[in-house]
Design a protein around this ligand. Sequence first.
Ligand code: INI
Length: 154
Amino acid sequence: MKEFEGRLDGTGLRVAVVVARFNEMITDQLLAGAVDCLVRHGVSRDDLEVIRVPGAWELPGACSRVRARGGVDAIVALGCVIRGATPHFDYVAGEAAAGLGALNRQGEVPVGFGVLTTDTLEQALGRAGTKAGNKGREAAEATLEMATLYRDLS
Ligand code: INI
């Protein structure tokens, strides 16, 4: 029986982290967690690029461009959408999730989903390096695992 499972080994992997500036107090922390995770697991800083976009709405398009350009083994998308009094939340969060999901489903390059969708700023803070961990770090870890798995499956 053959079994496959990715590893947390970033040696030789080229990774792009695409991060939204909207709610940057939060997304800066997601970025710090993701970069720390990648570097700790062996990704060289020379093989790491950070691409900033205005908001979560822009994440799928930028990730798509990065993948089309090539030269990356994994993409981590980071953002933070906080529910307000308007339906904007649903459009922005929905488009980010659907767009990134569609790209990820194509199975060419793993696209990690580190986009917080919360009701309050407090909940977002909790997921950006305080009581509920750092979802940027978790997304980076999962993406590393998937990149090594994809390599093994190719
Ligand atoms: N972008 C976010 O990343 N988070 C939000 O909470 C948010 N809200 O609430 O509006 C948000 N809006 C901006 C959006 O992502 C686009 O940048 C903008 O619509 C321009 O295209």
